[in-house]
Design a binder for this molecule. Structure first.
Ligand SMILES: Cc1ncc(COP(=O)(O)O)c(C=O)c1O
Length: 395
C-alpha cells in the first residue's frame, strides 16, 4: 500500500506492522526495502548540491533502508519522527542530549537500566547536568522534586530487573505542567503494548536489540518523538551522526513484521512460567506486573495492552553455593545479558549495589528470566532439576 494511501488510517495494528514503511512500487515490486549501503550521494547539478535539494543528501543522514524503519516506527508509535542509533544505550544517550544543556536538573527513576545511570553520572555530569534519582513509585509526587531548572524526567516501566511499575501518565502530566520533557525507556513493552506518546511521553526509547530483533543477532536503538521534541531530536541526531548500520536496520525491519506475534507468544510463555515459579517453595515472590497480586498490577492493567517475556523472582534465602548449583547446571536457559530473542535466559542480579533513592533489600537472591519459545514443560523440567541441585547444595 502506498505510504500516502488514505485507507491506511483505518488499518488495525497488525496490518500496519506488515505494511508500515514499505512501498514495493519503489523497489521494482520486491516486497522488502533492500539494504542501501553508502556514504556519498551524487547530486545532479550545481544548484542541487548548493541547496542540498535532494531526498537523500549523505549516508549518515539517512538512506531508503533507514527511512523505511524510521517511518514504520513513527507510524506504530504515533510519533512525529524517529531516529535510529547503533544500540539501545546510544538511543538513551542521544535522547537525553537532545533535551538537556549545562545547568539543567534531570530526574531519573532509581529503577533505570544500569548503564543509563553510568551515562548520567559520568558524561552528563561532566557537561554540567545534575542527575537526581527518584523513587519509581512516586507518580504525580514527582512534582515535589521539580526545580525551576528541571528540564527532563526519565522513566522506565517496568523497572529494569526490579519491575516496579511507574505511573507514567501522571509523571508526564506533572513534568509537562512545569515545562519539563518526559522520556521513557519503553523497551519492555514496545509501542505495541504501551503507546508512549498517547500516554504523554515526549521522547520514547527502544532498545531494538531486544524484541524488534527477536533473534539476539543485532544491536540497534530507536528514539521516537512527539511534535514538541522532534525538531531538537532530529537536530541532535544530525549533529552526532550516530547512525545505525544498514544490515542491522534491514534485520530490524524483518523483525518488525513478526513482532506482534512474537510478543504474544512471549507473553503467554512468561506468564505461565511466572505462575509456575510463584507456586514453587524455593520462590518467595515473583516480580511481574501482569500478575494480579503484583503491587504494580493496577497501573499495568490501566496503561498497558499486554506484557512481554521478561520478569524477575526473589528466591527464599539460600547460600551462594546453592544458587551457583542451580544456575551452573541449567541445560536450556542461557546465562547472559540482553533479552528479547527466541531463547530463554536467566541472570542473577543485585540492585542494592547502585540504588541511591530507594532501598533494595529483597529477602533472598534475585533472578531475572526471559522466556523464549522452547516447550514450556522442557523449560520447567530444566528449572526443576536446578532446584533439586540447589536443595542438595544447600544441605
Ligand atoms: C531496558 C533496557 N534499555 C536499554 C538497553 C540497552 O540496549 P543495548 O544493549 O542495545 O545497548 C537494555 C539492554 O539490556 C535494556 O535492558
Amino acid at each position: 500500500m502506498d505510504a500516502k494511501d488514505p485507507r491506511k488510517s483505518r488499518l488495525a495494528e497488525r496490518t500496519r506492522l506488515v505494511h508500515a514503511g514499505r512501498d514495493p512500487s519503489e523497489q521494482h515490486g520486491f516486497v522488502n526495502t533492500p539494504i542501501y549501503r553508502g556514504s556519498t550521494v551524487l547530486y545532479p547539478s550545481y544548484e542541487a548540491i548548493k541547496t542540498r535539494n535532494a531526498r537523500y543528501t549523505y549516508g549518515t543522514k539517512g538512506t531508503p533502508t533507514t527511512e523505511a524503519l524510521e517511518t514504520a516506527w513513527s507510524e506504530i508509535s504515533g510519533a512525529a519522527g524517529t531516529v535510529l542509533t547503533p544500540s539501545g544505550l546510544a538511543a538513551v544517550a542521544l535522547a537525553l542530549m537532545s533535551c538537556l544543556k549545562a545547568g539543567d536538573h534531570l530526574l531519573v527513576t532509581d529503577s533505570v537500566y544500569g548503564p543509563t545511570r553510568i551515562f548520567c553520572d559520568t558524561v552528563l555530569k561532566r557537561f554540567g547536568v545534575e542527575t537526581e534519582y527518584y523513587d519509581p513509585l512516586l507518580g504525580e509526587g514527582i512534582a515535589a522534586l521539580m526545580r525551576p531548572n528541571t528540564a527532563a524526567v526519565l522513566t522506565e516501566a517496568p523497572g529494569s530487573q526490579s519491575f516496579e511499575m511507574q505511573d507514567v501518565p501522571a509523571i508526564a502530566a506533572a513534568a509537562r505542567a512545569r515545562g519539563a520533557v518526559t522520556l521513557m525507556d519503553n523497551t519492555w513493552a514496545t509501542p505495541l503494548l504501551f503507546p508512549p506518546h498517547e500516554r504523554g511521553v515526549d521522547l520514547a526509547i527502544e532498545a531494538g536489540t531486544k524484541y524488534l530483533s527477536g533473534g539476539s543477532d543485532l544491536l540497534l536503538g530507536l528514539v521516537s518523538a512527539n511534535e514538541r521534541c522532534w525538531p531538537a531530536l532530529r537536530r541532535t541526531f544530525d549533529a552526532y551522526a550516530m547512525c545505525a548500520g544498514p544490515e542491522d536496520v534491514f534485520l530490524a525491519l524483518r523483525g518488525l513484521r513478526t513482532m506482534a506475534l512474537r510478543l504474544k507468544e512471549h507473553e503467554a510463555q512468561a506468564l505461565a512460567m511466572a505462575r509456575w515459579l510463584g507456586g514453587r517453595p524455593e520462590v518467595a515472590r515473583v516480580l511481574h506486573p501482569a500478575l494480579p497480586d503484583d503491587p504494580g498490577h493496577a497501573i499495568w492493567a490501566r496503561d498497558f495492552k499486554g506484557s512481554s517475556g521478561l520478569f524477575s523472582v526473589v528466591l527464599n534465602p539460600v547460600p551462594e553455593v546453592a544458587l551457583a548449583a542451580f544456575l551452573d547446571g541449567l541445560a536450556l536457559f542461557g546465562m547472559g545479558y540482553s533479552w528479547g530473542g527466541f531463547e530463554s535466559l536467566v541472570i542473577p542480579f543485585d540492585c542494592s549495589t547502585y540504588r541511591t533513592a530507594t532501598r533494595w533489600a529483597p529477602e533472598g537472591p534475585t533472578l531475572r528470566f526471559h522466556i523464549g519459545f522452547e516447550d514450556l514443560a522442557d523449560l520447567q523440567a530444566d528449572l526443576d532439576e536446578g532446584f533439586a541441585r540447589m536443595r542438595a547444595a544447600a544441605g
